[in-house]
Design a protein around this ligand. Structure first.
Ligand code: FAD
Length: 466
């Protein structure tokens, strides 16, 4: 029987990064993945394919809406070739997952393809093409998550679908009904809206992207409405049925009034659930909580002292970069180091256009905690860079402590803010004040100037360009 210092179950961004860090630290490492390709949800049916489709549909949308104004004439009609769009997305996925094969080879990590299942706390049975059992001194559970649904919805994966099927449709929906106004639903909704689908979003809460600062969801809703996306907020879905090629969604508002929407596709995007099916966690003494997550302490250690768990399968934000940070942290703990993650500084991003990004506390959270703060906001439309690219929607808002000026939260919506948020994370990691950011030189013309201007506005209401 082969024996390892560390076995990692699951090869998503949590698992494969944990495996690399373990190998870098000199540990003999194995990784177990039930699918044929490595990379997990993120690389195969998550972050990467969704961004590939967002990019392709963005090009098409620009061509039909902005090219003429830019002085670019295209003879004849611009048409979508969905088959090619999906094929390009798949080739991006293939290149990216092959990159993980390369990294496993390079770091001498042994890869097992098959379903990993605990026999006890130090033995894992792998059921794949050929069954085998390995021994591991330490194990990292990184089994991720699967799309969640509502108990009364039958996902037929043809017309009533999850994000996984939405990434590989063979036709552009005429009317796509999306249940859930969170990140995944909105990103995929915008893809198909740009390609010509009517898109209706039914959301239980009174706003979309409910976890983010309310000002961001207000601005994003405004932009989406300009793009003719329809929203049914504060609506509780009560029934989803399929009739031939039709998906029918019924929902009631707070007054109990019912709506009935008919579409050709219904995307159920109500979140994700931790995935531990087939893991046989109890055989190793690993405990799950009532949400189905693997229960861990602040060091990501499970109820079994040699077994850790990271990423979507444990508490906290379901984000690839959170899983990665946890992967590194656990590898370093096993190696005897004392790493730390500041969960307050894990940024959240929505890759629609405009993009939305945030780090730290929202205004609602600061109010609830009774923390006195000041706010500086700067509109993207006041930037020369934004006018040059015709991306004038959005703003940057910086929240700083009223007394100390320490930055407590940064909330952005606009072009390329998914990249701009890194500046805010860096600043907050070093506990910068708003004035620290305001006094740093920002290249002109860039979208990043909005960060400096918002910091100036937060410091003493002294933005220079608004
Ligand atoms: P996963 O990536 O889910 O990987 C778990 C792996 O474990 C899977 O490959 C699974 O097959 C394997 N596995 C499970 N059980 C076993 C077993 N018993 N034996 C062997 N293998 C097993 N996050 C972002 O940060 N940015 C984004 O832009 C973003 N976009 C997204 C878009 C979509 C459409 C979706 C669905 C998700 C998106 N996410 C995004 C979320 C992100 O994909 C997850 O947070 C991330 O993949 C979690 O990583 P993980 O390593 O915990 O698990």
């Amino acid at each position: 029987m082969k024996s390892y210092d560390v076995a990692v179950i699951g090869s998503g961004p949590g698992g494969y990064v944990a495996a690399i860090r373990c190998a870098q630290l000199g540990m003999k490492t194995a990784i177990i993945e039930k699918y044929n390709t490595l990379g997990g949800t993120c690389l195969n049916v998550g972050c990467i394919p969704s961004k590939a489709l967002l990019d392709s549909s963005h090009h098409y949308h620009d061509a039909i809406t902005h090219f003429e104004e830019h002085g670019i004439d295209i003879p004849g009609d611009v048409k979508v070739n969905l088959k090619q769009m999906i094929a390009r997305k798949q080739s991006v996925v293939d290149q990216t997952t092959k990159g993980i094969d390369f990294l496993m080879d390079k770091n001498k990590i042994e890869v097992y393809h098959g379903m990993g299942s605990f026999k006890d706390a130090t033995h894992i049975e792998i059921k794949g093409d050929s069954d085998t059992t390995i021994e591991a001194k330490n194990t990292i559970i990184a089994t991720g998550s699967k799309p969640a649904s509502l108990p009364f919805i039958e996902l037929d994966k043809e017309r009533i679908i999850t994000s996984t099927e939405a990434l590989s449709l063979t036709e552009i929906p005429k009317h796509l009904i999306i249940i859930g106004g969170g990140v995944i639903g909105l990103e995929l909704g915008q893809v198909y809206r740009r390609l010509g689908a009517d898109v209706s979003v039914v959301e239980f809460m009174d706003r979309i992207i409910p976890g983010m600062d309310a000002s961001l969801s207000k601005e994003l809703t405004k932009v989406f409405k300009k793009q003719k996306m329809k929203f049914y907020l504060s609506h509780k879905v009560t029934e989803v049925t399929r009739k031939a090629k039709e998906a029918i969604v019924k929902a009631t508002d707070k007054k109990g009034e019912e709506i009935s929407l008919k579409g050709d596709y219904c995307l159920v995007s109500v979140g994700r659930r931790p995935y531990t099916d087939g893991l046989n966690a109890e055989a190793a003494g690993v405990k799950l909580n009532d949400k189905g997550q693997v229960e861990v302490d602040e060091h990501l250690r499970t109820a079994a002292s040699n077994i850790y768990a990271i990423g979507d399968v444990v508490r906290g934000a379901m984000l690839a970069h959170k899983a990665e940070e946890e992967g590194v942290m656990v590898a370093e703990i096993i190696a005897g180091q004392k790493p730390h993650i500041d969960y307050n500084l894990i940024p959240g991003v929505v890759y629609t256009w405009p993009e939305v990004a945030a780090v730290g506390k929202t205004e609602e959270e600061l109010k609830e905690a009774g923390i006195e703060y000041k706010s500086g906001q700067f509109p993207m439309r006041a930037l020369g860079r934004s006018r040059a690219s015709m991306d004038t929607d959005g703003f940057v808002k910086i929240l700083a402590d009223k007394q100390t000026d320490e930055v407590l939260g940064v909330h952005m919506i606009g072009a390329r803010v998914a990249d701009l948020i890194a500046e805010a994370v860096t600043a907050m990691e070093y506990r910068a004040s708003a004035e620290d950011i305001a006094r740093m030189s920002h290249a002109h013309p860039t979208y990043a100037e909005a960060v400096k201007e918002a910091a100036l506005a937060a410091t003493e209401n002294r933005a220079l360009h608004s």
